[in-house]
Design a protein around this ligand. Structure first.
Ligand code: ADP
Ligand code: ASP
Ligand code: MG
Length: 818
């Protein structure tokens, strides 16, 4: 005999029910089968709701009528059924409604819903499925014999979550089958009867368990669970898009997974199958050809971690106090109390000094659990031997499951690092001693993020970067174009880099699927939101993004002062904007501390030398224990160009004009000539070297000498600039006499910074630096007397954007550690 169970999802409408009938037909040609049916999709939920409405004194008649109407519609929609058959089924629906109404009326009157009455209400859906399937099969000339589940499955007392007694049920099944020999049996799932012959139900989702019990009782060759997915996945496919099908699981793995929340199987299903060594296959009614997942005894090989699951709506109770320590029997009392009150305990942890015991239950059992504990430990609580019972609500459990985990080191480390990466705080931890599962109790709102990151790290090894760009000037634009160009390369490296948000000073464009970069400008011009931490954070939360990166390509102070808040909210921050790093030392330190506390990165490689690898190199040097003794550098592309031209005999005004025309200067060249841009870069270098200086501590010699009137519009200023030509011609000539050239340099020396025009000779590495090049000479303990020199183009949108891109990629570094 083969047992085939079809879940509510396979019985959602006439089309699916007919498809199930076809499957039954094909299979019954070759084998005797027992078909276990659940209620049509949604029906049990509606029945539960009706009983709750009645209990709370609300009107339930409308719900009953609506359900009857819906199911009548379902019956009507079968083309294969004759009028006679339809009328028979509709009459049954009316009888069911009448029965429901009288039961619900009783509940409402009594203001009480006894479990045995509730059981009678919620099992109605399965009865309907059986009646319907019998008729549908009959219409195709297949004779199916219905077995009464109450006559076959003997269960424990409990009316709503009862367990089967397999030994007794075996005999009952044998009797029923002997009485009614057939090729196809139909059996209502979810339903059983206790020793007294009263109806019981096997717990929500319990038809899987009915099928397993039936399979064990009839010694089936296989138990197939037909549902709406191709089998068991490495994570719930509704929550994790990239979940992968698992071909094979051991009984223990399947048991752990279902116990820890994989809804595809009811937790009690595997017990009887494992005991009687009946293979179980999970199959998809919508894709019957797919092989499905095989669950059996055999799988000893394979991956260490097979799947990740989560269980929601949990509460953790903690009992602690001096009265716990060393007292024998406390744990026994806690858990007997739970057992007596029929409260299932999902996970237990105990502190090693026995000072406290914590355990999780389903949230709906919290009140009963705490009342029961209060009574049990009344004396101890009154005498302060125990602290008041604590509870933490709104928790979830995330579990890793796999038989092979015990043979592999580092799984737990990777698991907890993944949780940290998802910024999840672990409330409690449990590992079973067979090392088949590791579970972490976490706060519920971050459960989906935790699942996603764990799944990425253990299964897909795909790394995600979720970019939010603010500032779409030349650098921002170039960056978006580079990201677009690099997509294939990124895909080859298994990196998903999506731009989820683009903002300018007026608008914020967000797209949950990632913004199509070929026409972002038009989309942005139509966006109606505006950039703020709240708006962007909400989007990240709603879309469960795990590696959000704020990329600030503005030069705005207003954005820079928000970095600490963005880091605290879980964003990495990447920026060429120098404002944050040249703000107060206090803010400078705050950003770094916040980044560290939140395990997020603050990256600003392009602050100095644009695309040149300055900051990273310095950090590497200092991390290895080196120390900066002296620094000198040409830190401005525009001033490198202008001073280079002076050597060649060009006047200051002419050189500035050409630099401006070639786009080397800021739109207003005074921003370069004032020396403040260089001062900011120098301050950043000094702070990297450990100096706690402020911007005003830097001694800045402007290119525009004192007394020169630099006021007015840009054009007026440019017109006045020739007044300085002679001044510079003389300076250049003087330097030349001693074979030197003028360079605009930043110097760090003896804990002080200065930005000045200096004359350097041919031995100085800065002598030949011109044409817009930057050069940085670092004298350190390791690099002396010849300094370590970095040199190259240090300006331009493309190189800066490439540097920003590099920083964006670096946000992955600690995902890659795993
Ligand atoms: P049925 O109505 O057939 O009993 P269920 O809804 O009870 O179906 O169970 C199937 C659902 O279980 C799937 O649609 C899927 O969303 C969910 N599920 C949760 N975890 C997993 C997992 N690891 N693998 C497959 N499905 C899962
Ligand atoms: N119909 C029942 C429920 O919804 C049993 C099942 O579907 O397995 O809980
Ligand atoms: Mg189910």
């Amino acid at each position: 005999m083969q047992v085939l169970k079809f879940g509510g999802s396979s019985l959602a409408n006439a089309e699916r029910i007919s498809a199930v009938a076809q499957l039954i037909k094909q299979r019954s040609d070759a084998a005797k089968i027992m078909v276990v049916l659940s209620a049509p999709q949604g029906v049990t939920n509606e029945l539960v709701e009706m009983s709750e409405l009645a209990f709370l004194g609300y009107d339930f008649k409308e719900s009953v009528a609506k359900q009857e109407q819906r199911l009548t519609g379902l019956v009507e929609s079968f083309e294969c059924l004759s009028e006679l058959q339809k009328n028979k089924l509709k009459a049954q629906l009316i009888t069911t409604s009448e029965k429901l109404l009288s039961l619900l009326e009783g509940i409402k009157l009594l203001n009480f819903c006894p479990d045995h009455v509730k059981a009678q209400i919620i099992c109605q859906g399965e009865k309907l499925s059986i009646a319907l399937m019998e008729e549908v099969l009959k219409s195709d000339a297949i004779a199916a014999t219905s077995l009464d589940a109450m006559q076959c499955i003997r269960s424990s007392e409990n009316y709503l979550n009862s367990s089967a007694n397999i030994t007794t049920s075996k005999t009952l099944f044998a009797e029923q089958i002997a009485k009614k020999p057939a090729q196809v049996y139909l059996l209502a799932g979810f339903t059983a009867a206790n020793e007294r012959g009263e109806l019981t139900t096997l717990g929500r989702n319990g038809s899987d368990y009915s099928a397993a019990v039936a399979a064990a009782c009839v010694d089936a060759e296989v138990c197939e669970i037909w549902t709406d997915v191709d089998g068991v996945y490495s994570a719930d496919p509704r929550l994790v898009n990239s979940a992968m099908l698992v071909d094979r699981l051991s009984y223990s793995e399947a048991m752990e997974l279902s116990y820890f929340g994989a809804k595809v199987l009811h937790p009690k299903t595997i017990g009887p199958l494992a005991q009687y060594k009946i293979p179980c296959v999970i199959k998809n009614t919508l894709n019957p050809e797919a092989p499905g997942t095989l669950i059996d005894d055999a799988d000893k090989s394979g991956d260490a971690v097979k799947a990740i699951s989560s269980l929601d709506q949990l509460t953790m109770l903690t009992l602690s106090g001096p009265g716990m320590k060393g007292v024998v029997g406390m744990a026994g009392r806690v858990f007997s109390t739970m057992a007596r009150n029929n409260i299932s305990v999902i996970l237990i942890t105990q502190s090693s000094c026995e000072f406290s015991i914590s355990f999780c239950t389903h949230s709906n059992a919290l009140e009963r659990a705490s009342r029961a504990l209060q009574q049990e430990f009344d004396l101890e609580l009154q005498n302060k031997l125990l602290h008041p019972i604590e509870f933490k609500k709104n928790l979830s459990i995330v579990s890793l499951v796999g038989d092979g985990m015990k043979k592999q080191r580092g799984i737990a480390a990777k698991f907890f690092a993944s949780l940290a990466q998802a910024r999840v705080n672990v409330v409690a931890i449990a590992q079973d001693s067979t090392e088949r599962s590791i579970s972490a109790v976490i706060k519920a709102p971050l459960c989906e993020e935790a699942l996603k990151v764990c799944h990425e790290n253990f299964f897909t090894h795909a790394l995600s970067i979720d970019v939010f760009l603010v500032g779409c000037g030349t650098v921002g634009k170039a960056l978006l174009a580079q990201i677009q160009r690099q997509q294939t390369l990124l895909a080859d490296r298994n990196i998903k880099l999506n731009v989820f948000g683009i903002a300018n000073s007026k608008r914020l464009l967000l797209s949950p699927d990632g913004i199509a970069l070929d026409n972002w400008e038009r989309q942005l011009s139509e966006a109606d939101s505006s950039f703020s931490l709240v708006n962007v954070s909400r989007f990240v939360e709603e879309n469960h993004l795990v590696n959000p990166v704020l990329v600030d390509c503005t030069s705005s102070e207003h954005i820079a002062v928000q970095y600490a808040d963005f880091l605290a909210a879980g964003f990495h921050v990447v920026t060429p904007n120098k404002k944050a790093n040249t703000g107060s030392v206090t803010y400078y330190n705050q950003i770094r501390e916040t980044a560290q506390q939140n395990r997020r990165r603050f990256l600003y490689e392009t602050n100095v030398g644009a695309g040149l690898p300055v900051i990273d190199t310095l950090q590497g040097l200092f991390n290895a224990g080196d120390e900066m003794l002296r620094f000198e550098g040409i830190l401005s592309g525009s001033l490198s160009y202008i001073f280079g031209k002076l050597d060649e005999g060009m006047s200051l005004a002419e050189a500035t004009k050409v630099a401006r025309e070639n786009g080397y200067t800021e739109p207003d060249p005074r921003d370069d000539l004032s020396g403040m841009d260089v001062a900011r870069k120098l301050l950043i270098m000094a702070r990297e070297a450990g100096l706690q200086l402020e911007l005003h501590d830097i001694d800045v010699e402007s290119v525009l000498p004192e007394g020169f009137d630099a006021d007015g519009s840009i054009e007026q200023f440019m017109d006045k600039l020739p007044q300085l030509n002679n001044y510079y011609r003389d300076k250049v000539a003087l330097a030349e006499q001693s074979h030197k050239v003028l360079r605009y340099v930043g110097v760090i020396e003896d804990g002080q910074c200065r930005v000045a025009i200096e004359a350097v000779d041919a031995n100085n590495p800065l002598f030949s630096v011109k044409n817009g090049e930057n050069a940085l000479a670092i004298h350190s303990h390791y690099y002396q007397p010849i300094p370590f020199v970095l040199r190259g183009y240090g300006a331009g949108a493309e190189v800066t954007a490439a540097g920003v891109f590099g920083d964006i990629m670096r946000t992955l570094s600690w995902q890659q550690e795993m």
